[in-house]
Ligand binder design. Structure first.
Ligand code: NAD
Ligand code: MG
Ligand code: MG
Ligand code: MG
Ligand code: MG
Ligand code: MG
Length: 337
């Protein structure tokens, strides 16, 4: 499948400059979008509930903060940058009543639209501008005169201008400096979920933890197992990030490289690949999203239980001790208090 990529010359900044943009939420993505939109000469209002802790941060930056409903009523482009599981409620209560004809509803991830948790009226544009980086990097790149690659998509084109608006928005936050890739809500949503489940979060965590368990159960010191199975991962990932798997293999010893080719495919074997296909199937059928929403409706009971149990795993206990020896590692506030 070939892709279509858009750069600064393909996008007209004045389109979004002529819009009133509400950014709902001021977290990782919200702060980055809001500040860069403003720097690009776009009129922005932040939507946050009265008691929200994010309010102070946005106000410190001199941004105009209103309730989500007030921001949605004022705006003609509404970008939804709150956690995926709370979007349907905020949409129903605060956004939908103000989503009048010709407005644009925007997202940075397609889950709620693709799986029908949010069903916008037919007379509005529904677009996506999804930076492929955490919010802080999105903002830093913009400030440095650069940008991160972004995915853009159009789910509904009521005005005939939906793609033009999405491209203009992407330009305002630096996306067309790096390249904005045209995709669909379906492809963005399903590949994002698959990547985080099978590889980035689920796959890597399980691999690291299982390797640590095998070494410690065989009697090796947990401290040594931690270094070999978790700590050194950063070096490997940095090399892959710079130059792909080949760059990583060039840099490691020939011994490591021989072990890689001969043992890696035994760890991630045909059974694992079949399981990945089943995981993709659950994403495509909507079964994963139903499970996610059911847990959210249930006060996130499963998420919180998994989180508490995972924190007690010996790899975390060992890690907390070892990181005290690593003056160069930026520790999260929860560990240094
Ligand atoms: P976040 O968790 O960092 O921020 C959440 C913000 O929403 C906070 O300001 C919080 O105060 C506010 N909020 C929470 N509940 C709310 C409510 N009920 N009403 C109004 N505001 C509420 O969120 P994020 O990680 O920036 O994710 C936002 C969207 O961007 C999601 O769709 C996510 O999938 C997508 N996305 C995130 C990243 C990332 O790097 N974090 C990358 C690409 C896309
Ligand atoms: Mg989180
Ligand atoms: Mg992702
Ligand atoms: Mg994701
Ligand atoms: Mg080694
Ligand atoms: Mg080598």
């Amino acid at each position: 499948m070939s892709i279509e990529v858009f750069y600064d010359a393909d996008a007209d900044l004045s389109v979004v400059q002529e819009r009133k943009v509400a950014v709902i939420g001021y977290g990782s993505q919200g702060h980055a979008h809001a500040l860069s939109l403003r720097d690009s000469g776009v009129e922005v209002v932040i939507g946050l509930p009265e008691g929200s802790k994010s309010r102070a941060k946005a106000e410190e930056q001199g941004l105009d903060v209103r309730t989500p409903a007030e921001a949605a009523a004022w705006a003609d482009l509404i970008m939804v940058l709150i956690p995926d599981t709370v979007q349907r409620q905020v949409y129903a209560e605060d956004i939908a009543p103000h989503l009048t004809e010709g407005k644009a509803l925007a997202f940075a991830h397609g889950l709620n639209i693709h799986f029908g948790l949010i069903k916008p009226p037919a007379d509005v544009d529904v677009i996506m501008i999804a930076p492929k980086a955490p919010g802080h990097l999105v903002r830093r790149q913009y400030v440095d005169g650069k940008g991160v690659p972004m995915l853009i998509a159009v789910e509904q084109n009521a005005t005939g201008q939906a793609r033009t608006v999405a491209l203009s928005y992407a330009k305002a936050i630096g996306g067309t400096r790096a390249g904005a890739i045209l995709t669909t809500f379906r492809d963005e949503t399903e590949t994002d979920l698959f990547g985080e489940q099978a590889v980035l979060a689920g796959g890597v965590s399980a691999l690291v933890q299982t390797g640590f368990e095998v070494l410690t159960e065989a009697g090796y010191a947990p401290e040594i197992a931690y270094f070999e199975c978790l700590h050194e991962l950063k070096l490997i990932v940095d090399l892959m990030y710079e130059g792909g798997i080949a760059r990583m293999r060039y840099s490691i010893s020939d011994t490591a490289e021989f072990g890689d080719y001969t043992r890696g495919p035994r760890v991630v074997d045909a059974r694992v690949k079949d399981e990945m296909r089943r995981i993709l199937g659950e994403i495509q059928s909507g079964a994963f999203t139903r499970e996610l929403i059911e847990d959210d409706d249930n006060g996130r009971a499963r998420l919180l239980a998994y989180r508490a149990k995972a924190a007690e795993h010996p790899i975390e206990v060992t890690g907390r001790k070892l990181r005290d020896m690593m003056s160069w590692v930026d520790r999260p506030l929860t560990e240094t208090a």
